[in-house]
Design a protein around this ligand. Sequence first.
Ligand SMILES: Nc1nc2c(ncn2[C@@H]2O[C@H](COP(=O)(O)OP(=O)(O)OP(=O)(O)O)[C@@H](O)[C@H]2O)c(=O)[nH]1
Ligand SMILES: [Mg+2]
Length: 298
Amino acid sequence: MFADRAKILIRSGKGGDGHVSFRRELYVPNGGPDGGDGGRGGDVIFEVDEGLNTLQDFRHRRKFAAKDGEPGGKRRCHGKDAEDIVLRVPEGTVIKEAESGKVIADMSGENRRQVVLKGGKGGLGNQHFATATMQIPKYAQPGQPSQELWVQLELKVIADVGLIGFPNVGKSTFLSRVTNARPKIANYHFTTLNPNLGVVDLSDGRGFVIADIPGLIEGASEGMGLGHEFLRHIERTRLMIHVVDAAGTEGRDPVEDVYKINKELSAYNPEIAARPQVIAANKTDAIYAEGEDPVKRL
Ligand SMILES: Nc1nc2c(ncn2[C@@H]2O[C@H](COP(=O)(O)OP(=O)(O)OP(=O)(O)O)[C@@H](O)[C@H]2O)c(=O)[nH]1
Ligand SMILES: [Mg+2]
């Protein structure tokens, strides 16, 4: 299945604590404070990887934590900074705060790399806290805490072609015949609940991607059926193949079907409705019409 959503837990590293120590040398009785600073905790960074098309990597692993900074040491030793972690996502991934749905980052266009959680700063060692009146500071600063967050990753399907149409008209069947995809096909509505992607291989080496989108129904633009959820997936396709049950096996008129689906498209986003569309008359083997040939009417 084509993964286009994933919920993951990310955590930045805690800053290392500052250290409390005093110089101890032979013949130096009251050495001053020499506790070093803690290192910085790792950031959590998201980066676009051109080679990725799906969020599949985030299905198997859900927790991603950067390491903590190391604490400071004696003799002004600075704790080591932790390495950042870089999570690679496909272009077009939107990162949202899972609880509120607030968009944190949109990894598209110019935005190739974004720090989403900052690691904690390291605390200062006691060497910094000596004053004229306090020459033996027994205090050092703790490192800043880490941050933890559940985030929702969302990827709009990036396909060249989108298959649209009423439920059960044969969109998935079409996809399975012209691409390498093996979607579920069954004789009931809403068999497809998530978009399936398939690649069409052309002999000259160029291929293109077709997305099979769950069936649309009247009112989809207002959220009926799975409504917006479905329409969201075609936003980035360049053209659509509009599959129609030409035989009207469920009692609907195929020409009316085309108008109804297009009405939903324009209500959702007129820009999508204006994109090129190929009408594919399907189930022609089941046509038993006496009147005008429905394929001709289409
Ligand atoms: N007779 C006939 N049946 C077909 C044809 N294409 C698909 N079917 C059947 O129609 C039913 C629905 O096919 P699907 O490909 O699952 O339809 P879908 O449009 O993806 O359906 P949803 O995912 O529910 O929207 C299945 O039982 C298919 O075998 C065709 O050309 N002729
Ligand atoms: Mg289907």
